[in-house]
Each structure stands twice: as C-alpha cells, then as structure tokens.
Design a protein around this ligand. Structure first.
Ligand code: DQA
Length: 147
C-alpha cells in the first residue's frame, strides 16, 4: 500500500519561517520520521512539496490508480483553493489533512478549510507530531478499505 504526502506553499521554509508559530523542525526531518514509520509498517511512501496550486492538483490526480492514501497539508491553499478541493474529491482516495497549528485558534481567515471538507480526517495543532498521527490514521483507513 502506498501513501503520498503532499505539502503546500511555504512548507519548504519550515525551520526558517515564523519559528515562533511553526517551530524549528525542517520539512526533511518530518519526512524522515514519516519514512521510518512507513518502513516499520511495510508501507510505500512518496513526498511532494510545491508552492504552485496547479502542481498540487496534478500530483493529486497522479495518485489515481497508484496510491491508496493521501496525507496533505495544503497550507494557505486550504483556505482558498476550490481546485485542490475538487482534485481531492475527484480521485476518491482517502486523505487526511494536517495543519501544524490549530487553525481554529488563529486569524479568522484561517479558521475555515475548504479542502478539509473532502478529507476523511483532519489533524490540527499538534505540530510535527500531527504527521505521525496522520500516518497512523491513514494506515487504519487503508486497512479497513482493504479488508
Ligand atoms: C498551515 C496553516 C495555514 O493557515 C498556513 O497558511 C500554513 C501552514 C499549518 O500547517 O498550520 O502555511 O497549514
């Protein structure tokens, strides 16, 4: 079973950008931890980061017939992108949306995620550990579908 991890705009800047909000951990370190979980649980895993909406749409579409689960942090596009939402709905692959921060406790414009509405689950406010929780969650969902 394969999981594709999709990271949206500015997440390549983790560890540098607004550390008081997003913490010191870099994206590569988060991905290392996820890779370890995947290895321990016999899962294939691929990582993709882009600052461009259309590239994220393309990557979601490429998951069709290839991946059984998606973990996505659409970052700022969570609040604006109907195109990413439509792509997630189109491929019909279970997805878990992750936010490092608790978007419900932040500025008003971050409190709504239009992409989360088409995801199987959402994890917010747990920092990098949220990606680990998402790995556990997507594994459970994929196993349920397979059974
Ligand atoms: C974020 C929250 C978004 O509002 C923001 O634009 C991000 C990161 C998070 O992981 O907390 O870039 O998705």
């Amino acid at each position: 079973m394969k999981v594709v991890v999709i990271q949206g705009p500015n997440l390549n800047m983790l560890g540098v950008r607004e550390q008081h909000i997003y913490g010191p951990m870099k994206l590569e370190q988060i991905h290392e931890q996820m890779k370890r979980f995947a290895q321990e649980n016999g899962l294939e895993i691929e990582f993709f980061q882009s600052n461009l909406e259309g590239e994220i749409v393309d990557r979601i579409q490429e998951c069709m017939g290839d991946a059984q689960g998606i973990i996505i942090n659409p970052a700022a596009y969570s609040h604006t992108s109907i195109a990413i939402r439509d792509a997630l709905a189109a491929v019909q692959i279970p997805a878990i949306e992750v936010h490092l921060t608790n978007i419900h406790a932040r500025e008003e414009f971050r409190r709504k995620s239009i992409t989360a509405e088409v995801c199987a689950g959402v994890i917010a406010g747990m920092g990098p550990f949220g990606y680990h929780l998402a790995m556990i969650g997507i594994t459970q969902i994929m196993n349920e579908i397979k059974a």
